[in-house]
Design a protein around this ligand. Structure first.
Ligand code: C2E
Ligand code: MG
Ligand code: MG
Length: 688
């Protein structure tokens, strides 16, 4: 997934969930707050109504007492008078201006430790203030709030409200039953401030008062529950939708398992976690070989089922902190933890584990032969430069790490039986080089960066220059001189070699033509023709056209075919060689003895020249066996009427030996290395 898509996905993820959750939480808090506020206001309203009633009562007592006092009665007489007047219903508590208790009626008294002072007009529209004091018998006085005088623990209120109550008849009387009776004292200053009287009041709460509050609360709660539930459902749906969406985004459509995007995200997370930074991991590229061929034979559906089975198998084998996903085609990426005592053990453990995985995977389809390969990129424990323990792996790029594992897997090109390959930097350098060559080769050919070098061939008898081999050199403006060994194999793989061979043949033909026009000594020159070329139909005609474009004599051009070409389609090869010879060209077998020498091909193909590979002359030949082989090879060639060229000759003894055996030409550093044309032309003038 591209980074733009990834950003969009993350944005979508954030967008979907958070607004719903935040809205839900805010709305719920708001509702709870609102219910609490309403309940409190409602409770206050009921209490306030009751207090106002009591307040009227206290004012009445005050007026009676003041009446007695204004008649000149003492305070004691005034209280007695009040008692007679109210039939002893009102308890009063009188203090003088110094706070000394003068009279007290009733069993309880004000508890001055708990005083409430407020203005009634503020809340009930009365232009009066009052001071309320708790009663000493008050069983429910407890901490908190300005209304604490009238406070009672909620559980007690609820208990009393929903108790069966005394014997009563019907719902009405049950509701009217008094469940809370609480005394308190209201202050009534007497005369002109001489005395402070406190009138005992009783607040009585009936069951219905609390009941109404509860009913109100329940209705409010029910009403508010509807939007809360709707919002909750909506939030849940958002979360579920978002989860499903994430699952879809992480779903691999072919295997039904996780896809690469998932692997990348989670593998990166695992590797960058602090506790994992100290552990070694391996990124593995697991490849099912010849998947296309499998699909072609058994059908695409069967192919996809196989991938699905692989996914299921890997799921069962993958541990905690490990991941895998299909990358593309039949390639899976794995993140495995491979712990051991040291680097070598980490690698060995990893190798063992993957080998056994591959072995099991190969048995997935008992009736069909399937083969797997793996490339492994080991990720060592992270060692921060400054050695600080709290650092974790940074800038982990799973794609890059996987590319290296993949590079390791393809590095051996399926050439050997190795099933697993570990990545190393050299491998990367090689692949980067191959990429560079492939990217630049065509432009280089057009720009004339390929140049013809000539390596002279000498006669061992008279030491004269009698021939030459044209060898290509890539003179790159950025890389300098590049030897053919570094790019010819890549050209052969890509097929570009045919273009290069054509170019070299044309260049040699052009040179021969120029030398002829200039009246220079004419030297036969051999040109290498890659085996890839021999697969082409009409090669002889094609070469003929290239040469004839410049017009040199055909016998001045020799075509070198490597020995390996003789293993391809022999009939075409024989035909092409015959045609080339018919056109007057010479044909040689290059590198004879380097690989699997086919003596048989010497029988069937009418070649002119046999080029003995330089390997014959490498190393010690103490027991003289090498010399025997060379001697017999020369003898064989001569018997078949072929001339012999010995390649890679570097020592005088070798020259002397070859001269003694009747070798026709010698090509090697002993005489000359491959050289640019101008130098070669000078050499010809001197040595030919
Ligand atoms: P080759 O055709 O067998 O060429 C001979 C190689 O042996 C040349 O390597 C040459 O430099 C080297 N050589 C010659 N004498 C000595 C010696 O005394 N000691 C040592 N150590 N080496 C010696 P070069 O030029 O690097 O070419 C390597 C191969 O690349 C050639 O082997 C040939 O197979 C291929 N090649 C070169 N140019 C072309 C071309 O234009 N087309 C094709 N198809 N292949 C080419
Ligand atoms: Mg050659
Ligand atoms: Mg050779």
């Amino acid at each position: 997934m591209s980074s733009v898509k990834e950003k969009r996905f993350k944005k979508l993820k954030r967008k979907k969930i958070w607004p719903s959750i935040v809205a839900f939480v805010l709305f719920t808090l708001l509702c709870v707050g609102m219910i609490a506020l309403f309940l409190q206001l409602f409770a206050l309203y009921i209490m306030g109504t009751k207090i106002v009633q009591q307040y009227g009562e206290a004012q009445h007592v005050k007026a009676v007492l003041n009446g007695f006092l204004s008649n000149g009665d003492s305070i004691t007489d005034a209280v007695d008078g009040l008692h007679k007047y109210t039939f002893g219903e009102n308890n009063v508590y009188v203090m003088d201006s110094d706070g000394q208790m003068l009279i007290k009626t009733g069993s309880s008294e004000p508890d001055f430790g708990l005083v409430l002072d407020f203005k009634l007009n503020q809340e009930f529209g009365l232009d009066a203030g009052f001071v309320a004091v708790a009663d000493s018998n008050n069983q429910f006085v407890h901490e908190g709030g300005p209304y604490t005088i009238f406070a009672m623990p909620v559980d007690e209120v609820i208990k009393r409200t929903f108790s069966p109550g005394a014997e009563h008849q019907g719902l009405g009387s049950w509701l009217n039953e008094t469940i809370i009776t609480q005394g308190y004292w209201l202050r009534a200053p007497l005369g002109d401030g001489e005395y402070d009287a406190y009138v005992k009041c009783i607040i009585q709460l009936q069951r219905q008062d609390i009941f109404y509050i509860c009913i109100f609360g329940i209705i409010a709660l029910l009403l508010l529950m509807i939007p809360i539930i709707l919002l909750f459902i909506n939030t849940l749906r958002s979360i579920v939708t978002q989860r499903r969406m994430t699952q879809l985004i992480y779903l691999d459509a072919v295997t039904g398992g996780k896809n690469w995007f998932y692997f990348r995200n989670y593998a990166e997370r695992i590797l960058t976690r602090w506790r994992n930074s100290k552990k070694p991991f391996a990124i593995v590229n697991l490849h099912l070989e010849r998947y296309q061929n499998y699909c072609a034979c058994y059908g695409v559906k069967a192919g996809e089922e196989l991938l699905e089975a692989m996914d299921g198998f890997l799921k069962a084998r993958i541990g905690k902190n490990e991941f895998f996903a299909r990358f593309e085609g039949a390639d899976f990426g794995l993140l495995l933890s491979c712990e051991g005592e040291n680097v070598q053990e980490n690698q060995e453990n990893c190798s063992k584990r993957i080998r056994s995985l591959l072995a099991e995977l190969s048995g997935l389809k008992p009736d069909q032969k399937i083969h797997f390969r793996a490339g492994i990129n080991m990720i060592p424990p992270y060692q921060p430069e400054d050695g600080k323990w709290y650092h974790t792996r940074k800038n982990v790029d799973i794609n890059q790490l996987y590319t290296y594992a993949n590079a390791a897997r393809i590095s051996d090109n399926g050439a050997d039986e190795r099933q697993i390959t570990f990545f190393d930097q050299e491998m990367l350098g090689k692949q980067m080089w191959e990429r560079w060559v492939e990217d630049t080769m065509e432009e280089a050919l057009n720009n004339g960066e390929f140049q013809v070098y000539m390596q002279p061939k000498y006669s061992p008898i008279n030491g004269k220059l009698v021939g030459a081999e044209a060898l290509v050199r890539w003179i790159s403006p950025t890389e300098g001189l590049i030897a053919p060994g570094r790019f010819i194999p890549i050209f052969e793989d890509t097929g570009f070699i045919t273009q290069l061979d054509d170019y070299m043949i044309s260049q040699v033909a052009k040179l021969q033509a120029e030398w002829m026009i200039q009246g220079k000594k004419m030297i036969p020159v051999s040109v290498n023709v890659s085996r890839a070329h021999f697969a082409q139909e009409g090669l002889a005609d094609h070469i003929c056209q290239l040469v004839d474009a410049y017009g040199p004599k055909h016998e001045l051009i020799e075509l070198e075919v490597t020995e390996s070409a003789f293993f391809d389609d022999k009939d075409i090869l024989v035909e092409t060689v015959k045609q080339l010879k018919a056109y007057g060209f010479h044909v040689s077998m290059d590198d004879f003895g380097a690989g699997y020498s086919s003596l048989n091909s010497l029988k069937d193909i009418p070649l002119d020249v046999l080029k003995l590979d330089g390997e014959f002359f490498r190393g010690d030949d103490d027991d003289g066996r090498g010399q025997i082989v060379v001697k017999e090879a020369i003898q064989l060639a001569r018997s078949l009427d072929m001339r012999v060229v010995a390649e890679g000759i570097e020592k005088k003894e070798q020259v002397d030996f070859l001269a003694g055996q009747g070798c026709d030409m010698i090509q090697g550093f002993y005489f000359a290395k491959p050289m640019p044309i101008e130098e070669f032309e000078e050499k010809v003038e001197k040595d030919a």
